[in-house]
Design a protein around this ligand. Sequence first.
Ligand code: MG
Length: 335
Amino acid sequence: MNIVSRITDLQLKHPFKIARRATDAYRQVVSVEIDRGIGETAPARFYGETVETVRLALETITPELTNNLDAIHNVMAAAETVLGGNYAAKSAIDMALHDRLGKKLGVPLYQLWGLDPQNTPCTSFTIGLDEPEIMAEKTRQAEAYTILKVKLGTPRDIEIIETLRSVTDKPIYVDANTAWTPKEAVRKIRELAKHGVELIEQPTKPSDLAGLRFVRENSELPIIADESVKRASDIPALVGCVDGINIKLVKCGGLLEAHRMIHVARTHGLLIMIGCMIESSLGITAAAHLTPLVDYADLDGNLLITNDPYTGVTLENGKLILPERPGIGVTTQET
Ligand code: MG
């Protein structure tokens, strides 16, 4: 079986900035095709992956893909052996295999998994870091979205939220992207709570679980781990340190592992968010099929780009509406 892959530059509507990284004008994704199935991945340098590592991984796995492709568990177990830490590449393969199987059986992914498409949450829409006034302007432009996720992690964090609160009363999630010290986090979260912020994502360093625990024990808002949790095996150590986890397909290696993470997290009583990278509607829609199982969705990567090659999941008053077509259910955008 052959894997056809292609690199696409996704152009960003606005230069996008978070706490640890400079501004970007575009992001690269790799799309793959296996038989009739399509998948996509957005490798992140933060996790040591690039479009080049993904391409190399795909070349490496191709000769191994002689199994029954319907048996996705088997194929991904083989991929695990051959590709090890190449989670972004594994995610693209896993996604294409799920799309292929859904198409073959004539059912959308949510139905393949026995989920009710009515149970999707609203997605948040991300406001990247910038001058407070520019963030306020972006907030005004985000009228169509019912929940905002605001990137923080600067000396002006409280000023930013005060400025945003002067233009919106929508629910706000805050993502500090590891930027705060534990004490700084506790101090800032106390202030943020007064401004109607609903949850805090990854306040402190990923490996400092004691720091996360300190923040959680001294904060009234739910603390959601993102950079601290990649896969199901990371979850038990986080119990007591956070209130929930953010699952991303690119981080964990695909839909099978995302399911595993959901079950492990629920077993431990944790809240679950499904997040994303800057991705097209292909990757976003695949992740959206899982959202009937979770508490929060942060699936806006496709809304931040100008050249989305696909149409898939849509929004109705902020709520994710899943396509009913077989597989992931995306169609190619008319150009
Ligand atoms: Mg995050």
